[in-house]
Design a protein around this ligand. Structure first.
Ligand SMILES: [Zn+2]
Length: 274
C-alpha cells in the first residue's frame, strides 16, 4: 500500500469517526459526511426557488389543513425528543409547509423540515388523518437523516476518485445535494428509499401522527388506497417511485398501530381527532 493510500485511508476513518452520530429516532449510528451546516442552507435555498417556480396554494381550507397538520407533526417530534432527552436536535430546523397546485401524486420533506404537498395527493389522502399519515412518513425520513445517509454513501463510493481531497467542501455538498434531490420544477427525492429506510419512516411516522392526535390505524388504509390508485391500467402514484411499497408494509403498519397509540397516551392523547 502506498503512503498516499494509507494517508487517504486514515483520513477517511478519522472523517467517518467524527461525523458518526446516533440518531435519536432510529437509535442507529449514522454516517453524515455532509453536515447540517452544509446541507440545510442548500436545502432551504432550493426550497425557496421551488416555491417561486411553482403555484403555491394559499388561503384555502386545504392549504390551511396542510399547515395545521405539519405544525402538529413538528410539535409531536419536538415533544417526543424533549421527553427522551434530546432537546436541541431540531434547533437548526426551519419548518415550512406548503401546498402546491399540481396533479402529481406526491409529497416530500427536505432536510431541515421543508415540506411540500401536491394537490394531486389529496384525493388519496382523503382526510386530514390521511394527510397526517403522509406527513408523518415524509417528516420521518428527514428526522432519520435518510437523505444524508444516501448522499454520504454516494460520496464514500467516490472517495477513490477524490483521493487527496477528502474534506467535503461546500460546493461538493451542494453537488451531492443536487444529485440526490432533484432540482427544478419536480424537486423532491429522486432516488428510491431502501426497504429498511421505508420501514423506519413508517414506524417513526406512525408514532408522530399518533402523538399529534391522529389515529395511527389509518396509515395502513392510506397505503392501501395508494396501492389501489395504481391499479386498473393507471400509472402508479409518483410517491411510490421514491417510496417503494409492498404488501408487507400494510401488514407492518397494521401491526405497529396499537404500539403507536400506547406511545401517544404518554403524551396525553387518549382520543384521536375525527
Ligand atoms: Zn418513504
Amino acid at each position: 500500500m502506498t503512503k498516499l493510500k494509507v494517508t487517504v485511508l486514515v483520513f477517511g476513518f478519522v472523517l467517518i469517526a467524527v461525523s458518526c452520530a446516533t440518531n435519536p429516532f432510529t437509535g442507529k449510528q449514522t454516517i453524515a459526511l455532509v453536515s447540517n451546516d452544509q446541507l440545510f442552507p442548500t436545502a432551504f435555498a432550493q426550497y425557496d426557488q421551488f416555491l417561486t417556480e411553482n403555484k403555491v396554494v394559499t388561503g384555502t381550507k386545504d392549504a390551511q389543513m396542510i399547515t395545521r397538520v405539519g405544525q402538529r407533526i413538528a410539535v409531536a417530534a419536538e415533544r417526543w425528543l424533549s421527553a427522551n432527552g434530546h432537546h436541541s436536535y431540531l434547533n437548526d430546523y426551519k419548518w415550512e409547509y406548503n401546498l402546491v397546485d399540481d396533479e402529481t401524486v406526491n409529497a416530500w420533506c427536505m432536510p431541515g423540515g421543508k415540506i411540500v404537498f401536491y394537490t394531486g395527493i389529496l384525493p388519496i389522502a382523503q382526510s386530514e388523518t390521511g394527510v397526517a399519515a403522509i406527513m408523518g412518513h415524509e417528516v420521518a425520513h428527514a428526522l432519520a437523516n435518510h437523505g444524508q445517509q444516501r448522499m454520504s454513501a454516494g460520496m464514500l463510493q467516490q472517495f477513490g476518485a477524490v483521493a487527496g481531497n477528502i474534506a467535503i467542501q461546500d460546493n461538493q455538498a451542494r453537488d451531492a445535494f443536487n444529485q440526490y434531490y432533484g432540482v427544478g420544477s419536480q424537486l423532491g427525492v429522486m432516488l428510491p428509499f431502501s426497504r429498511s429506510h421505508e420501514a423506519e419512516a413508517d414506524k417513526i411516522g406512525l408514532y408522530l401522527m399518533a402523538i399529534a392526535g391522529y389515529n395511527p390505524a389509518e396509515a395502513a388504509q392510506l397505503w392501501k388506497r395508494m396501492k389501489a390508485s395504481g391499479g386498473s391500467g393507471q400509472a402508479p402514484p409518483e410517491i411510490l417511485s421514491t417510496h417503494p411499497s409492498n404488501d408487507s408494509r400494510i401488514a407492518n403498519l397494521t401491526a405497529l398501530a396499537p404500539a403507536a397509540a400506547v406511545e401517544a397516551q404518554k403524551f396525553g392523547v387518549s382520543k384521536f381527532r375525527e
